[in-house]
Design a protein around this ligand. Structure first.
Ligand SMILES: [Fe+2]
Ligand SMILES: [Fe+2]
Length: 364
């Protein structure tokens, strides 16, 4: 098994375990429950997966940071799930996006035993139009495991979620939950924006353009909203406090970097709802990068994209990383991209392996 090749070692060196640097309070505000301590417990997390006779190594970047939760749970059973996000497919005008998403579906299909399900965390398409959705659906149809969706802003703000709700989410609300082998799974609508378009009389295309530009701050921050927060509270009312809670959201459920809308304004209200639970794992997309964080007992995992990696904002340091920020090579078609596989063990232990293609680019 490949565990200490030069490239891995170089990346590990860029992330020494000492903590330095804090962002200004207006850029990153984790509230009083923030726990940026415990960084001395960082460890390399290596997940070995059977994969068509090959061995996968996943030990990159942020997964070095925090040990996964290890909370006893009597009811959980072993299972795995895959996570895909941010494929931003654009139809025929950008075939590279298709190539990358197909590479991910092929790798997921090759996992033995197959993951119980795949969570798709939004930004399936780039411009939200039907042509792009149909193109995406053709590609994603190659995926064998069952897939669950939640929406990103690129899926939503051309037709206000009409196509995505009807064809992908297929439920009455864009947020929902289900229980699976002792774990409670929550898919949140983490890409909701307050109405910035009506007063400005924006066309759907203009609305989509603003919502799809992460650095256009006139759109305002993402919010969960009272209705969704109330639902979350009701949804968790009868869930055992030691059960693994797997939360999926498009945007990070904390305040990471406001200028790029790596931010959910009312995230602290969600943290308060999660507070009684001992084993809450939040997986979020939108940032197109590996980044991990912990607030109180809640652990956050940034999910890779299959389209392009976003640069790291300066507040990355405030999450406990120091040294040079990772930077992918744009000349490499798979660098800084990938997908993930999560695992829940009967003990309640939850882990997430990052299938970062920088280490092992797909060959096909
Ligand atoms: Fe995205
Ligand atoms: Fe997004």
């Amino acid at each position: 098994m490949e565990t200490s090749d030069n490239k891995n070692a170089a990346i590990a060196r860029r992330h020494p375990s000492n903590f330095s640097g804090m962002a200004s309070a207006d850029q990153l505000d984790d509230g009083p429950g923030s726990a940026l301590t415990g960084l001395g417990t960082r460890r390399r997390f290596i997940e070995t997966l059977g994969w068509a006779g090959a061995t996968l190594v996943a030990a990159p970047l942020a997964s070095l940071l925090f040990p996964a939760a290890n909370v006893a749970s009597n009811a959980a059973q072993d299972f795995t799930f895959a996570i895909l996000a941010d494929s931003h497919t654009m139809g025929k005008r950008n075939p590279a996006m298709k190539k990358r998403l197909l590479a991910a579906t092929k790798q997921i299909n090759a996992i033995k035993p197959a993951p119980d399900f795949v969570m798709y965390l939004g930004d399936a398409v780039h411009d939200g139009n039907v042509e792009q959705f149909k193109y995406f659906e053709e590609i994603i149809a190659t995926l064998e495991p069952k897939i669950f969706y939640l929406a990103g802003e690129h899926d939503w703000y051309l037709d206000m979620g009409e196509y995505y709700m009807q064809h992908m989410i297929r439920r009455p609300t864009p947020y929902y939950s289900f229980d699976h082998k002792g774990a409670h799974v929550m898919a949140l609508h983490g890409s909701h924006l307050n109405d910035f378009w009506s007063a400005r009389k924006l066309t759907p295309e203009e609305r989509m353009q603003v919502a799809g530009d992460i650095s256009d701050t006139t759109q305002g921050p993402f919010i969960l909203g009272k209705k969704q927060l109330d639902w979350m509270e009701r949804d968790l009312a009868n869930v055992p406090t030691d059960a693994p809670i797997l939360v999926f959201s498009h945007a990070p459920l904390y305040h990471y970097y406001k200028p790029w809308n790596f931010w959910v304004q009312d995230a602290a209200d969600a943290h308060a709802i999660f507070a009684p639970f001992k084993n809450v794992q939040v997986f979020h997309a939108h940032v197109h990068q590996l980044v991990e964080h912990r607030i109180a007992r809640i652990k956050f995992h940034g999910i890779l994209s299959t389209s392009w990696p976003h640069p790291y904002p300066e507040t990355y340091h405030a999450l406990g990383l120091s040294g040079q920020m990772p930077r992918s090579n744009p000349a490499e078609p798979f660098d800084g991209l990938g997908w993930h596989i999560g695992q829940v063990q009967a003990s309640g232990f939850v882990s997430c392996a990052d299938i970062l293609w920088t280490m092992n680019p797909p060959t096909a």
